[in-house]
Design a protein. Sequence first.
Lengths: 259, 221, 221
Amino acid sequence: MLDGVNDSAAEADNDSLLIDIEGFEGPLDVLLTLARQQKVDLRHISILQLAEQYLAFIDSARELQLELAADYLVTAAWLAYLKSRLLLPPEESPEGEPDADEMAKRLAFQLQRLEAMRKAAARLMARDQLGRDVFVRGAPDPVAVDKQTEWRATLLDLLQAYARTKTRAAYTPLHIERPKIYAMEDALKRLTSTLGMAVEWTLLQEFLPEDWREERLMRSALASTFAATLELARDGIVSLQQEENFGPIYLRRAEKRPS
Amino acid sequence: MSDAPGDQESLSFAPPSLDEQERMVEALLFSSVEPLSADEIEKRLPRGSDAAEALRLLEVRYDKRGVTLIRVAGKWAFRTASDLGFLLRSEEKTSKKLSRAAVETLSIIAYHQPATRSEIEEVRGVAVSRGTLDLLLDLEWIRLGRRRETPGRPVTFVTTEAFLDHFGLESVKDLPGLQELKAAGLLDAQPSGKFGIQTLPVEDDVDDGEDAPDPDEPELF
Amino acid sequence: MSDAPGDQESLSFAPPSLDEQERMVEALLFSSVEPLSADEIEKRLPRGSDAAEALRLLEVRYDKRGVTLIRVAGKWAFRTASDLGFLLRSEEKTSKKLSRAAVETLSIIAYHQPATRSEIEEVRGVAVSRGTLDLLLDLEWIRLGRRRETPGRPVTFVTTEAFLDHFGLESVKDLPGLQELKAAGLLDAQPSGKFGIQTLPVEDDVDDGEDAPDPDEPELF
């Protein structure tokens, strides 16, 4: 069950491996299958031969124009390098590069470890399993009367819940709240209708609507009202007066109406 | 199991010994969800077995034991001896799944602790009902932490030892971060990168922002 | 039940006979689906009882029966004899078969625990597929362990009591072949695989919609 490729496939030639490439779980899996073809204990595996086997495998896969995942190609490049280094006499190995024997040993270790874990997994799954070979009491006794609610939640529930809230937050559309604006049209309308009372000089702020005098809203109302007075002044409907820069602004109804 | 008599083999072999039949009936009744009739039992036994006789032996064997073999409505079942019922009192618990709101609230407290109620609401995007927090407090999975020294001095919530116990965690620092949740396939949709988490209030001391991750923070996102 | 010694009475009376204690333990374990520790059992027995001794008697009594007393995860439970599994199998829905990846991932966690995600990937030579850890967490066979105190503080995984119960193991020390693997150095933590096959981070097929790879994503586990 654990072997994606059964023994007969492993004993067959490289072409049969290609047919099964879908069944492999990555380059290490391919290497382990190839290593088994050497029919020696994994501790005595020839890494040089293994590198050649793998490169041949990749070559024929290319010939068949099979699409190979990137990690298969990365491993091929790495093994080609390893092969060249293994063929080089040790004294000629360039300074500062990892020792080829070390690399080969490391790979052999990885293969042994993977094989060992697969065997261990097979032994684990072959144990008597609860609900398959061994059973619990089907109907635990209904004797008790104490009713106690036990709230159930697993760690997975907890993690999923958190992930869900975070994801939901991430997807919440961003609403930029438009600040409330007092339109100049509204200011014009209001000024025109209340201007009749402004016979005397009147502070501009007096013309602001009641519900716009709150700190947060006043800036907008003031700006619009001021702009509206400029508009009316241009038309000669109001007169404006300000005694100094940034001083209070007064307005009153214009005495002369334009003809 | 490999040497167990299959149906076909048992046709040509003698039935198992009565002793073996008794073992089989014992196992069948133990694991059965419902009481079983002698007929039902016999159908499950290898051919040629005598369920009635095996049941008789089993009844004698369990006579006066802590568990006894009884007949209910013509069927057989193991039941705790009636004089020992008092032992099982506390065993009976009805188990209910925690509501979605409660699990979410709990998870937010776990990740952001200490967390105020309004912070929880900020993350969930909905109001947290009093009952949800009460339930979690009642379960002793959360408790009150220090008050937050911000206007209003809101109470905060933190998780408890019982919480760690229940969820099999060594510490809250071992909770996976958002990226880890995602890598484990627990996060179904992809949050929109870095902007996904900025829904927390800026003054929230837990949300350090991603540019300066604190290595001791439980969150890695 | 009517003549059962209540808690209060038992304070002033001698503990029940060992025979009676054995009956009580029998009743307790029969009625519980979860394994119980000797301590848990003793707490439920009248004062002065000796759960360990009663368990020993019970173990002998059920030796080779159709139902046997076994130890899992350091606790005690009645389970059907494993040689009778063939009779009972239809009783339960057959559990879904685990994928090869899930089985291998579980084993690596079991034998190497605590294990980080990248350690699992290092052994298997491929990325842990989305949902595999999810599935194992869901079965409650693994849980989160302490974070590894190495750069990135990766989350670790360990096996649970439910795992031990499922595979009938008294402790993780009883995993098959553990000693041989240890002796062969195959469970040693080797320096990271800079000389060996590297695991490429595999693009999650679910994340197709993403234009740019998330820089935070790889290798947080």
